[in-house]
Design a protein around this ligand. Structure first.
Ligand code: NAD
Length: 446
């Protein structure tokens, strides 16, 4: 099929590349001309495993092109995936759907033959209905344009894999014709056994919000339990292992740490919570507000833990922050918990040097006040404390002996509970984790 992907960001670029991989002819559209030039030369402006290879392959074959022109996309494609951003509004709670309505308002007047708009962005319930009315009013072909809501569930860091092998496809449709288009465009994926859930657009919109909000709630729950473990001297890692064995609970998302971040979860939890209030379901709103409050407190909790771990004043202390990305596998630093902590430490007078395998350039743009290092060994020089802020597997492989002669004090705070604390303690380090008792070299000899 001939498809367009409108909005080439963390969702749109992997989606465009994956659609080309499925055998479609694809045109990606964005308003950012530097992004379009990079993409047309096969270069990915974001980091995702496997993305560069797919982009290079399909731009070279001509099956994947990028343009600034929605008119060109309208003339070319029969299916238009909408993957523009929905940042949080200035009220801090609802989505700003300006990019969604802006793109459709611009596209619709060029729609002169039957086609389908498939919305992938995360939106407030009711958006598809309003968009459908707008398109039918503005498109020369009128109601021959179907609007489908097809929310995306990919995880950054796994974007290509999740797009080609999703655990589900959701189609919010209002006609059999629209459902047929969904089945055709995702044909190879559905044929491979991935379940397709067909529902109304309203149910599709709410399903996406409910999924991300549940994840946020689960993370906040285990973080709150980790705090109880800290207070009681218990071990949250052992607790999680035993807790998650119950299939109704599961181990997924049960990783205590410094809270959820990124371009999706924080805003989706906020917007879904606000929707609960707008729909008049006050008890749902109250439940979700508590999950948000736990997450909002995480950076301050982290700063306090670092402060307590230091054997000197935080002001003037040298902190090596390992990790800037909001999670491993991406260079996305939007609402990154590691950077939120680094920023607060800097405000309190600490000298923070941040390392990340791929996210240093994006972090430096957002936080120019921090110092950056391209190697872990440079980041830790003279550090009073080394902090693991992102769960990159590389940090699990650090040999503590290699850092011993570089740091000022052998103190590690592992906010992701990923290091082998025995190994670090044996090398002379004091290790602080989340929801687990701290270990010091003296503990081992006693
Ligand atoms: P993003 O900010 O990285 O990308 C959005 C892109 O849309 C930008 O490149 C922007 O220039 C472009 N754009 C804006 N207006 C446009 C227009 N009129 N025409 C063409 N392009 C336009 O955002 P993202 O992270 O890719 O998220 C996009 C949507 O997908 C959001 O609603 C988000 O909640 C949802 N989502 C994202 C993910 C993810 O992992 N990032 C996962 C699931 C759902």
């Amino acid at each position: 099929m001939r498809v367009s992907v409108i909005g080439c960001g963390h969702l749109g670029i992997p989606h465009a590349a994956a659609m080309a991989q499925l055998g479609h002819q694809v045109i990606g559209v964005d308003t950012d001309s530097s992004k379009i030039s990079a993409l047309n030369s096969g270069k990915a402006p974001i980091y995702e495993a496997g993305l560069s290879e797919l982009l290079a392959k399909h731009t070279a074959s001509g099956e994947l092109k990028f343009t600034l022109s929605l008119k060109m996309a309208a003339e070319f494609a029969d299916v238009h995936f909408l993957a523009v951003g929905t940042p949080i509004d200035s009220d801090g709670r609802s989505y700003d759907t300006g990019q969604v309505f802006g793109a459709v308002r611009e596209l619709a007047p060029y729609l002169t033959r039957p086609c389908t708009i498939m919305g992938k962005s995360t939106v407030t319930v009711g958006t598809t209905k309003r968009l459908t009315e707008l398109v039918h009013r503005l498109a020369p072909v009128g109601d021959a344009v179907d609007v489908v809501w097809n929310p995306e569930f990919l995880r950054e860091g796994h974007a290509i894999d999740d797009t080609l092998r999703p655990d589900r496809i959701i189609a919010g449709v209002t006609s059999e014709r629209a459902e047929r288009t969904v089945r055709e465009v995702y044909g190879p994926i559905i044929d491979s056994g991935v379940p397709l859930f067909v529902m109304t657009p309203e149910t599709a919109e709410l399903t996406k919000g409910a999924a991300n909000t549940f994840l946020g709630m689960k993370i906040s729950y285990i973080n709150a339990v980790a705090d109880m473990c800290d207070a009681a001297g218990a071990d949250v890692a052992q607790l999680v292992e035993a807790l998650g064995i119950d299939p109704r609970i599961g181990h997924g998302g049960m990783r205590p740490g410094i809270g959820y971040g990124g371009g999706c979860l924080p805003k989706d939890v906020r917007a879904f919570t606000a929707s609960a209030g707008q729909l008049g379901v006050d008890h749902a709103e109250a439940l979700l507000l508590a999950a948000e409050a736990v997450n909002d407190r995480r950076p301050e909790y982290a700063v306090q833990l670092i402060d307590a771990a230091l054997d000197r004043d935080l002001s003037g202390a040298r902190v090596a922050m390992l990790g800037a990305a909001f999670k491993a596998g991406t260079n996305d630093v939007r609402e990154s918990p590691a950077l939120a902590v680094a920023g607060r430490l800097h405000q309190r007078g600490a000298r923070v040097t941040v390392h990340d395998p791929v996210a240093v350039p994006s972090a430096a743009r957002r936080h120019p006040e921090l110092e950056y290092a391209n190697d872990v060994t440079d980041a830790v020089i003279d550090a009073d404390v080394v902090v693991v802020g992102t769960e990159w597997p590389q940090y699990q492989e650090i040999r503590p002996e290699d850092l011993n002669g570089l740091v000022a004090t052998r103190t590690l705070v592992d906010f992701r509970n990923i290091v082998d604390s025995d190994q670090w303690t044996e090398a002379g380090w004091t290790v602080h984790c989340v929801g687990r008792p701290s270990t010091a070299p003296a503990d081992r000899s006693s």
